[in-house]
Design a protein around this ligand. Sequence first.
Ligand SMILES: *Cc1c(COP(=O)(O)O)cnc(C)c1O
Length: 432
Amino acid sequence: MRYYSTQNPTNKMSLKNALFKGLAPDKGLYMPEHIPSFDKKFITSLTERSFQEICFHIASLFLSDDIDKHNLRKIVETSINFDAPLIKLNENTHILELWHGPTLAFKDFGARFMAQLMGHFLEDTSKPLHILVATSGDTGSAIANSFLGVEGIKVSVLFPKNRVSNIQEQQFTTLGENITALEVDGSFDDCQRLVKTAFLDKKLNKALRLTSANSINIGRLIPQTFYYVYAFSQLKNTEDVVISVPSGNFGNLTAGIIAMKMGLPVKKFIASTNINKIFPTYLRSGVFTPSSSAQTISNAMDVGNPSNFERIVDLFHHSFDKVKDAIIGFYFTDDETRSAMQQMHSEFDYIVDPHGAVGYIGLINYLKKHPESKGICLGTAHPAKFLNVVEPTLKTDIKVPNRLQSFMMKQKKSVQISNVYGDFANQMFENN
Ligand SMILES: *Cc1c(COP(=O)(O)O)cnc(C)c1O
């Protein structure tokens, strides 16, 4: 299968090139040239299949031209080696826990799969592959941990100073080895701009073999379709299913739409955001107006210019009506997010992180008008990753899992840079 750029669909590339390029030269995002379809039998037999079998089946539909069965199975089994249980809260409310991976957030799915894919295609290790990643928190830890110690690959994680929680920061600033953390005096949008500029910088690209690992990379998008299908396999009644996705850069929601286009019978997607409401506003007005991002307690979703917007409109052939048919959007303030966390705690004895809470209220809002629907919201991070928000909000102690605790005991190491591109480029030349 080949992959085209959203900016120019005639501009096609191999999987390997799309994977290592990240962003297309024309600044577009890569998309598979066709969306494969599930056969009916696959959907009706879902309940008999394990999560890994489901993952392997979907991965084969996209990747079997490019990777032989044996290696593809190895890639799936190495990367998706943890569960994604669907927890029933009541008759029509469920939460899909996507945080059972090594860094306790859903980004482990995409990052680990992409790391294995890149490892598979990496042949020439004479010049190391240099991965640039901008993070508002969870991406950095997922990517850094997925690539830690991978031969022939270096990772630079750019993160905004003072805007990432301590626990999150520890997960990518303490690793050492082939991982460098760059602490940017600026916002997440600044970090993202620096990375985007680097990819277009001819001189830098001549000196270094750069690639991206942000949610724009096609290698992260494909594995995110897996758990949507798995969520279905765990539901008893699969009619009238709606899925609420707490969103920032909209990679997660894009993957959900791809799963739907493959034939997963989802009735509606709910795009739930914090006050960075660019996408919900677009759904109302038809106008997409990026802005700078505002800081919230669901900081991994503080995105003012969601990069996967291009893919979403592409999937609906640029028809605003079709986008609106498939997706409804809501946004919530921090106070509403905290109330939702408290409500889930008192009503269901369930502790949710602030991102999952945004997804949950989006779903509740929708169910008020459509009580017949079966709802799933995505729990994107373990609550212990956001102790500073969760504990005071719920007035309860959260048990920190061991794999998170071990990060807290290590020494932080980061390189401080300004938000000026020249400083960042110099640092990259030096660190090579
Ligand atoms: C990244 C992230 C999101 C947003 O996902 P997108 O794919 O960028 O929309 C939501 N919740 C958590 C915990 C995240 O880390």
